[in-house]
Design a protein around this ligand. Sequence first.
Ligand SMILES: [Zn+2]
Length: 303
Amino acid sequence: MKRLLIRSLMQSVFVVGLLLSSIATASNFPTEEPMGGEPFGHSVKNIGDGLYVFRWWVYRNIFMVTDEGVIVTDPINPKAANLLLGEIRKITDKPVKYVVYSHNHHDHISGGMVFKDKGATFIAHKNVLKELGDHPSPATPLPDITFEDEYTVQLGGRTLELKYFGPNHGESLVVMRLPKEKILFIVDIVTPRRVAFRTMPDFWPDEWIRSLKEIEQMDFDYIISGHGPTNQPAIDPGTVVAEQRIYLEDLMAAVKAEFDKGTHSPDKLRQIVKLPKYKDWRSYNEYLPMNIERIWAYYHMGW
Ligand SMILES: [Zn+2]
């Protein structure tokens, strides 16, 4: 009887052990569950240990809550930043210690004063100082800490690695990596399952492709994108980085092929070039002709 009990106990331990190991090896992050919320509102998703994705309209950032304070990325704009602070206050009363800018563009970072007023330290690539000097925005505090190639933010046992890949979208964009979860937070240069944004403002097509190839070599399993509407997941498998690069390569090759046949009119190229492989990607009909015009400029002007 006693032996039987021990045996069944052993079996239960084995089953529990199996369960635990399958939980540990299975995907820890929901990669299909939509971000949710009202399309023109905001939403928050907790996707791991103190790790959150915040969405305002089609803009997103991540924030990390630790015992020693909070790390916030891209404060978006004053309205979004106030909503973000409200959401952080529902989770913790610890101070926001650091705000990290992904790049210099005002549409992603002009809510910084909300956190500056409460004493946060701002971190960005050094070129953000120059860009914000050339194009100042009163709602956007200048970074307190800048760096050239890499920087590591550490707080309350959390690590956020920042890495610069040179010009690609502007000249100050950094990719953020969470080493524990093997997640990258990437703004503007990877937007899953969507063609490139309009006429690709401040994007350098060849440098963009080069940067994505280098990013693909990093150690990561998941990405969180700086853009995505309510029906898109908060987090995606890392394969979307290569998908974005291949889209750009296909776009450039298709425009180049027509260009080499003698079609040099951007208006004609917009009508002729199609990429049916991507017809189900978001904004295909609306943005593809604009993407084509940008690539026309690349081949026509070398820019
Ligand atoms: Zn941008």
